[in-house]
Design a protein around this ligand. Structure first.
Ligand code: AMP
Ligand code: MG
Length: 579
């Protein structure tokens, strides 16, 4: 039992009003098949992208963005030039992207982002102009490219100045819904923050960031987005596994978007350097722009801000856990102040359930194992509190510590809700946590697949569960080798039978809407990367499409084996920090 308790601390998740983004979108389109998991992906696509195409911007020269707000709000680095240096007393440095050497190829583009966020006609992405705009060769109208100065705690220690070493913020775009998005290029060349790096990103890491950020969005997890992925022939040297075998890879650039790219490290660098006026300025800006419920005259505004970040970070990590996602590098410089997933590096979706799953082979001590993420979130929030302390009164600092103490409860509550939803449980019963932890413990013992165990529990009927008829369900078949499965099934079926007003089909539908059938497993990304490296983008495109409908069974995905047992070679795959 104590074992089960431990599991609950790190492994469970829950959401106050857990409605994945994709469901909201389906619902808003007044599509009554909103609740039908059997609807095809192409039908769903039509409703999601049902907009008046003729209204979209058809000429990139008419696309207008602005850097005014960012530049006017803060002092900009007084020193000019892209040479590496310690930067003080500013938030941004002006830095011009280094154009990728051609020929350039558009490997992937997100229609959802291009049309739905940027209001651009997809046709523009097929032009040469777009290739240049989206890879740093030409600047979009209104753009003043900036590199952001931030610091961070890396693997537990203060690492000093980090900053955008290979990313350029192009400015903000206000779309037709009134949303403000900050556009960034990643892999677009050196900046004052490049340290010893070359400012580039390679194909493999760029494909992974493009696919995963889009996939996370459609899983309903708060995340940055990706608009396009452009590959070049520019040679980039990388020692992928830090074993002395450096080889030439090719450079790539992702055009990515977030409402804001400010991180915990953005605040930390100012506090650490004693730049307290600027710290206040940054916080005021972030609050005004992104925390509309906070009154800027409120004397407790920084405290309320902190409380919101604590709450949202707990929710975000709980959502990661509910889809089996390990970020891989949970340093404070990779934790967004808006609590969205950012900076995709050596992340991984876990195959077999294992709380000790570490996606990053460079993380020798497993500091950022999947099961440690909740604790690491707490560590990072402590660092944020330290950085906020200079602008908090003694009383407020005390209150902030109490707020931080509430983090564990918020996380547990969210885990509880999310995993209850994953099991189709309605209402509250005393033994629900036990039921969830019991299942996870059996999954760990039998190394059952995390994604497919929950998915297949959603797909089988109560009758099949009762009969243990798992012939078509490989993950449940693995689970059935556990000697206690019958006990668990009895408990589970008894719990379900108490939900008299809902049919078993209702339960299955509910569960299928929260338990994805497809996630970006490492082997899937690897297979797409190998093809992309020889300029075959078919699997990137296929994965991008399929992962836009992760809850809908799709024929092409089934043919590709994306819901099948991962291939044996997947076990040998390694992902490192090198990118
Ligand atoms: P990351 O591991 O991507 O979160 O990067 C940590 C820090 O190192 C950030 O400041 C990055 O911008 C910088 N960095 C990582 N790779 C490179 C590179 N190839 N060139 C320049 N800076 C880099
Ligand atoms: Mg980073």
């Amino acid at each position: 039992m104590s074992n089960l308790h431990t599991l609950l601390v790190f492994a469970l998740v829950a959401a106050a009003s857990f409605t994945p983004v994709h469901l909201l979108e389906f619902c808003q389109s007044s599509d009554h098949s909103c609740h039908s998991p059997d609807k095809t992906a192409s039908d769903a696509g039509k409703s999601r992208w049902n907009m008046n195409v003729s209204n979209l911007i058809q000429d990139l020269d008419l696309f207008s963005m602005s850097c005014k707000k960012l530049i006017e709000a803060f002092p900009v680095d007084e020193v000019d030039g892209n040479f590496v240096r310690i930067v003080k007393n500013c938030i941004f440095s002006k830095s011009i992207p280094t154009p990728l050497k051609g020929p350039l190829r558009l490997a992937a583009v997100s229609k959802d982002v291009i049309e739905g966020i940027l209001n651009l006609d997809m046709a523009v992405t097929q032009s040469d102009e777009f290739l240049h705009y989206a890879s740093g060769g030409r600047l979009l109208p209104g753009s003043v490219p900036l590199a952001h100065r931030y610091g961070g705690h890396q693997f537990g220690y203060w690492a000093g100045q980090l900053g955008d070493g290979r990313a350029h913020s192009l400015g903000q775009y206000t779309n037709r819904k009134g949303e403000v998005w900050e556009l960034q290029l990643k892999g677009s060349g050196k900046t004052p923050y490049s340290r010893s790096g070359d400012g580039r990103a390679v194909i493999r890491s760029s494909v992974r960031e493009f696919l995963c950020s889009e996939a996370m969005h459609f899983l309903g997890v708060p995340t940055s987005r990706a608009a396009s992925l452009i590959l070049s022939d520019e040679p980039v040297m990388r020692d992928q596994f830090y074993d002395g075998n450096a080889k030439t890879e090719r450079g790539a650039v992702v055009l990515r978007l977030a409402k804001s790219w400010f991180r915990i490290g953005s605040v930390e660098i100012l506090a650490q350097s004693g730049e307290i006026d600027l710290l206040r300025k940054l916080l005021n800006f972030v609050i005004e722009e992104h925390f509309s419920s906070i009154n800027s005259d409120d004397p407790d505004k920084y405290l309320v801000f902190y409380s919101t970040v604590v709450n949202e970070t707990a929710h975000l990590i709980a959502q990661w856990m509910s889809v089996g996602f390990a970020h891989g590098v949970c340093n404070t410089d990779n934790f967004s102040l808006l609590s969205v997933t950012i900076d995709y590096g050596p992340f991984g979706f876990m195959d077999s359930y294992n709380p000790n799953f570490v996606p990053n082979t460079s993380d020798d001590e497993g500091r950022y194992s999947i099961g440690a993420q909740a604790n690491v979130g707490l560590f990072n929030l402590e660092k944020l509190l330290t950085a906020l302390s200079p602008v908090l009164s003694k009383t407020q600092q005390k209150e902030a510590k109490i707020i931080l103490k509430g983090y564990v409860n918020i996380y547990q509550m969210r885990i509880h809700q999310l995993f209850k939803a994953k099991l189709g449980l309605l209402g509250e019963k005393e033994d629900d946590d036990y039921l969830i932890a019991f299942l996870l413990k059996m999954m760990e013992d039998t190394q059952s697949d995390f994604t497919m165990t929950f998915r297949q529990l959603s797909e089988v009927s109560a009758q099949q569960l009762h009969n243990k008829n798992f012939t078509q369900t490989w993950a449940l078949e693995d689970l059935s080798s556990h000697e206690l499965l019958s006990d668990w099934l009895s408990m589970y079926l008894l719990r379900l039978s108490g939900q008299q007003n809902y049919s078993d089909l209702d339960r299955q539908d509910r569960m299928k809407n929260v338990n994805p059938r497809y996630v970006l497993r490492n082997w899937m990304a690897e297979s797409a990367i190998r093809k992309a490296e020889i300029n075959d983008f078919s699997e990137v495109e296929l994965l991008h499409h399929i992962l836009s409908f992760p809850f809908v069974t799709q024929e092409t995905a089934e043919e590709a084996g994306y819901a099948a047992r991962p291939p044996v070679w997947a076990e040998r795959l390694k992902v490192s920090c090198s990118s």
